[in-house]
Structures are given as structure tokens and as C-alpha cells.
Design a binder for this molecule. Structure first.
Ligand code: GLU
Length: 479
């Protein structure tokens, strides 16, 4: 990698699942790194021992893997890098840019209250700044921040941002318990890992000047910052559980394809003309920080559902089968022959918005017993249909090479001879084979079910229609 190589990172705190907002941040960092032929780093910010869990880390890693956002380095764990952070503290201490502070939490609290009572800002009063104290059991290390002037940066999304240094405290960098603070760890890592671009949620804007001051104290060049506006629900309030699922894995489990979620996430707050649908390589090619909007983006689940239906139609059958298998297994359908599975998926592709829906719609292909929808059965499996069903069963029985085409030819001959409309026979047959009044095309269904199964199901339907079987259930052979 050359010196100018772009390096981005995704540094989640593992205190919960990966939510939509975090996933979008990860995606933008990933897209930018891939586009620039740079590096994308995964870093787990687990210094908060109380709130960090390995389950959350696992869920985050699994979410990124499912989305296909692969990383070039990591996962690094901040909890394992304290010695690196301490080296940065030593640098700052030895150059006089940081100092030990011995003020106790109780003293700080008292002074804070006093300041507030006087109507002053409750910031650290700099008492230990010039005392040149050494380490001590309750000592912390603070940054010697400039007390006047401004800290400014040019945000790649928001434009120029400026803070008065007076408002910024002498930040604690190292705690008395021997752990780094969040800001120190982030800056140390961003420097050590060679970050060139910090793309993160705009809830971090206020952290940026503090972090810039640490860079300055270390004499390190600044990365470029891009703060991405937050995500809202369609009602323009902050995206939350009220708007439906908010975790990436929940969307996986609801039967969404990663391509659909990635596409939807990319479009929350970023646009490329009017284009709505992007392949992953198009996203890599077309993404730019300049086209990320300055105002909050809206996450629209209806749009996501449409995108999902689109990607289900577009995805190759083999891949779809692989994606569908866990959903079928949940429903108890295992060891289904590949050919039948592929056939079923092909018929269901154009009519399923999620994989959950597809698995549900596939049920009739794989169950031993189909259940008749009572309304459809009453309407179509009645004595009127009997003769037709018997006749068509005999004709179907004669087909040796049982394909969509040969089946269709039999039907066309049948309706021509009988002078009936196709629907007249197709509907009773549909109920006989699928149990329902709506299904994929009946010829395709028959090809997927196969000759034996079709004949058996029609046989049961004939019995049912003749009134010889009282229940709505028929026994038919399994897959
Ligand atoms: N760990 C922080 C978070 O999960 C991100 C820090 C950063 O992007 O600088 O919000």
C-alpha cells in the first residue's frame, strides 16, 4: 500500500446488536475504502467492561459477515491494547502536553456545584495543570488543552465546524484505575492504524474537537472527518423500535436479502440522481461523501420490502435456495431433493417479498398432507368438478416425460375437446394440488411436484369432491 492509501474503520462499542444506523456507518466506510482501493479496519471498542459483552461482539461480526462487509484488518480489541495507549500517554507526559491530576472525584463534584451556583460553566478549573505532580494512587492524566482560541475542521459532509477552546475541558486521558478514556483510545488507535478518513455518525461531532486537540498535542497530522447525519423513521422522528426491527440480524431473520438491506442503507442519506437500485459494484463505483446529505435520512421499510422483492426476483436460483434453506428448516422441511427445491424456488421467485414468505408459500410443495382452504375447496372441489378431475387424471397418467410443456399440451387438448375455459379446470386442479385458490402457474407447479405426487393429489381431490372423504385433509406422498 502506498503512503496515500485510504484507511477507514468501523469501531463499534459491543454493548448491543448492530443496528441500522451502525450498519450504514460501516457500509459507508467500507464503500469508500473499496472505491479508493484502501483498507477497511474492524475495531471493537470494548473498554467499557461493564457494558461490553462477547455476545454483542459476536452479533456485530455476524451482521457484518452476513452483509458481506469484509474487513482487511481486525477485529482489533481495544481491551487488549492498553500498553499501546499507555505509550501515547508517556509521549504526552514527557512533552508536557499532559499532566497528572490528583483532584479526587469528591473535590471535583464540590467545585462543579460551586461553579454552577455562580452561574459558571462546570468545567475542570485547571488546578493541577502547572503543579508538575507525579503519579499517585488516585491520580488521573489530563490533557493540557489550549485555553483560548478555536479548534476548527472542515467536515467532508457538514462543511466548516468550529469550537471555542474555552469550552473544552482539560480532558481526562487516563483513569486512576489504569484504563484509557474513550477519546484517548480512539485517537491512539486511529493514529496507530493509520486512519485517513473518519466517517461516523454526527452524534460524534462534539467529540471531534477534543480528539483533534489530542492529535495536536501529539503533533500528529489530522485525518479527514465526515459526520453522517442520523437516521429517522418515516414520521421524521429518530429511528427506533417503534418503526419496526432495528437490528441487522432481525432483518436477516425476517427474510431480507443482504443486497436489499445494503441498497436501502446506502440510500438513507446518500443519493445518486434518481437511481434507486444499485448493485454492490455500482455502489462502490458511485458512492461519494459529497453526495451524502447534510440533513437526516429516512429509513423506509416499505421501500426496503420492495427492494427485497426485486432482489429475490433478480437473485440466481442456486443462491436463493441457499438463502432459503434455513427458513425451510425452521418449518421442519429438511432433506428436500435439490431439483424439487430449485423448481419450487423458481416458481415462487416472482411472488415472494421475503424469504419467510417464500418458505411459507413453498409449504404445499413439501408437506405430506396439504390442507384445503375451506372456501376454495367448497367453490372448486365439488361434484361439478368430479368428471373433469377424473378425466384429466387419466390423461396426465399417460404422460411419461412429465414437464411443464407436456402437461400444458394435455390441458390445451382437454379444453379444446371439452370446449371449456382453462380456468374451469385449472382452478379445481390448483386447489387439488396446492390446497389454495392462488398459487404459481399450475403447469409449473405440476412439473415441480412430479407425476406421482400430482396423480396422488388429484386422486385425493376426486375422493374429496365425491364427498367420500369428510375432512379437508388429504394424504399425499412426501417430497
Ligand atoms: N465506538 C464508538 C461508537 O460505537 C465509535 C467511535 C468513533 O467512530 O470514533 O459509537
Amino acid at each position: 500500500m502506498t503512503k496515500n492509501t485510504v484507511v477507514t474503520r468501523f469501531p463499534p462499542s459491543p454493548t448491543g446488536y448492530l443496528h441500522i444506523g451502525g450498519a450504514r456507518t460501516a457500509l459507508y466506510n467500507w464503500l469508500f475504502a473499496r472505491q479508493q482501493r484502501g483498507k477497511f479496519i474492524l475495531r471493537i471498542e470494548d473498554t467499557d467492561k461493564e457494558r461490553s459483552t462477547s455476545e454483542a461482539t459476536q452479533a456485530i461480526v455476524e451482521s457484518l459477515q452476513w452483509l458481506g462487509l469484509d474487513w482487511d484488518e481486525g477485529p482489533y480489541y481495544q481491551s487488549e491494547r492498553y500498553s499501546i495507549y499507555w505509550e501515547f500517554i508517556e509521549r504526552l507526559l514527557s512533552s508536557g502536553k499532559a499532566y497528572y491530576c490528583h483532584c479526587t472525584p469528591e473535590q471535583l463534584e464540590r467545585r462543579r456545584k460551586e461553579a454552577m451556583a455562580k452561574g459558571l460553566k462546570p468545567k475542570y478549573d485547571g488546578r493541577c495543570r502547572e503543579l508538575e505532580l507525579g503519579p499517585g494512587p488516585r491520580a488521573v492524566v489530563r490533557l493540557k488543552s489550549p485555553q483560548s482560541g478555536k479548534t476548527q475542521f472542515h467536515d467532508l459532509i457538514k462543511g466548516p465546524i468550529s469550537f471555542n477552546n474555552e469550552e473544552l475541558d482539560d480532558l481526562v486521558l487516563w483513569r486512576s484505575d489504569g484504563s484509557p478514556t474513550y477519546h484517548l483510545a480512539v485517537v491512539a488507535d486511529d493514529i496507530a492504524m493509520g486512519l485517513t478518513h473518519i466517517i461516523r455518525g454526527d452524534d460524534h461531532v462534539n467529540n471531534t474537537p477534543r480528539q483533534i486537540l489530542i492529535y495536536g498535542a501529539l503533533g500528529e497530522p489530522l485525518p479527514l472527518y465526515a459526520h453522517v447525519p442520523m437516521i429517522l423513521g418515516p414520521d421524521r422522528t429518530r429511528l427506533s423500535k417503534r418503526h419496526g426491527a432495528t437490528s441487522v440480524l432481525a432483518y436477516r431473520d425476517l427474510g431480507y436479502l443482504p443486497q436489499a438491506l445494503l441498497n436501502a442503507l446506502a440510500r438513507v442519506g446518500w443519493s445518486y440522481g434518481d437511481q434507486e437500485k444499485f448493485t454492490l459494484s455500482e455502489l462502490i463505483q458511485k458512492f461519494s461523501l459529497e453526495n451524502v446529505g447534510k440533513s437526516a435520512g429516512i429509513f423506509n421499510r416499505d421501500k426496503l420490502l420492495d427492494l427485497n422483492a426485486h432482489y429475490i426476483r433478480e437473485t440466481g436460483t442456486e443462491e436463493l435456495v441457499r438463502n432459503l434453506l434455513p427458513f425451510l428448516e425452521t418449518k421442519g422441511f429438511k432433506n428436500i431433493k435439490d431439483e424439487k427445491l430449485r423448481g419450487a424456488v423458481e416458481t415462487l421467485k416472482p411472488r415472494s417479498k421475503t424469504l419467510v414468505e417464500m418458505a411459507e408459500n413453498a409449504r404445499f410443495y413439501f408437506v405430506d398432507q396439504i390442507t384445503y382452504d375451506p372456501v376454495a375447496a367448497k367453490k372448486f372441489l365439488n361434484p361439478d368438478a368430479l368428471d373433469m378431475l377424473k378425466d384429466i387424471r387419466i390423461r396426465l397418467q399417460e404422460i411419461r416425460d412429465f414437464t411443464r410443456e407436456t402437461v400444458e399440451a394435455v390441458f390445451l387438448r382437454f379444453i379444446e375437446e371439452k370446449k371449456v375455459k382453462l380456468g374451469k379446470i385449472a382452478q379445481p386442479l390448483r386447489v387439488a394440488l396446492t390446497g389454495a385458490g392462488v398459487s404459481p402457474g399450475i403447469f409449473e407447479v405440476m412439473e415441480v411436484l412430479g407425476r406421482e405426487n400430482v396423480l396422488e393429489r388429484i386422486g385425493k381431490a376426486i375422493n374429496y369432491a365425491a364427498g367420500s372423504v369428510g375432512s379437508a385433509n388429504t394424504k399425499s406422498s412426501s417430497s
